[in-house]
Design a protein around this ligand. Structure first.
Ligand SMILES: [Zn+2]
Length: 94
């Protein structure tokens, strides 16, 4: 048995805002054959164009699963002892 004690108030979950991190990435999977669009992109358009081209090449493949992934970061909240060693918390205004 696994037992976890979580103090939700000591940690904060928020979207990752580090430089170079996209707000989200987009990709698509053909539900007929399982083919996947190339590397997820921070723009929707490449996955949409890939799906249209895939159907153009395989006219019976018309259903896709659109994937969107986002990025999160957990940071120590006020009063959490890890806050002192967290570089992002040190940059935050007091
Ligand atoms: Zn397909």
């Amino acid at each position: 048995m696994t037992r976890s004690i979580i103090k939700a108030a000591d940690w904060t979950l928020a979207p990752e805002t580090a430089e170079g991190t996209p707000q989200g990435t987009y990709s698509a999977v053909c539900l007929t054959c399982g083919a996947e669009s190339p590397t997820p992109d921070s723009e929707r358009l490449p996955a949409e164009v890939w799906a249209l081209k895939h159907t153009g090449l395989h006219p019976r493949h018309r259903q896709f699963k659109a994937r969107t992934e986002t990025f999160w970061r957990v940071t120590p909240a006020e009063g959490n002892p890890h806050r002192e060693t967290d570089p992002r918390s040190a940059q935050a205004p007091a």
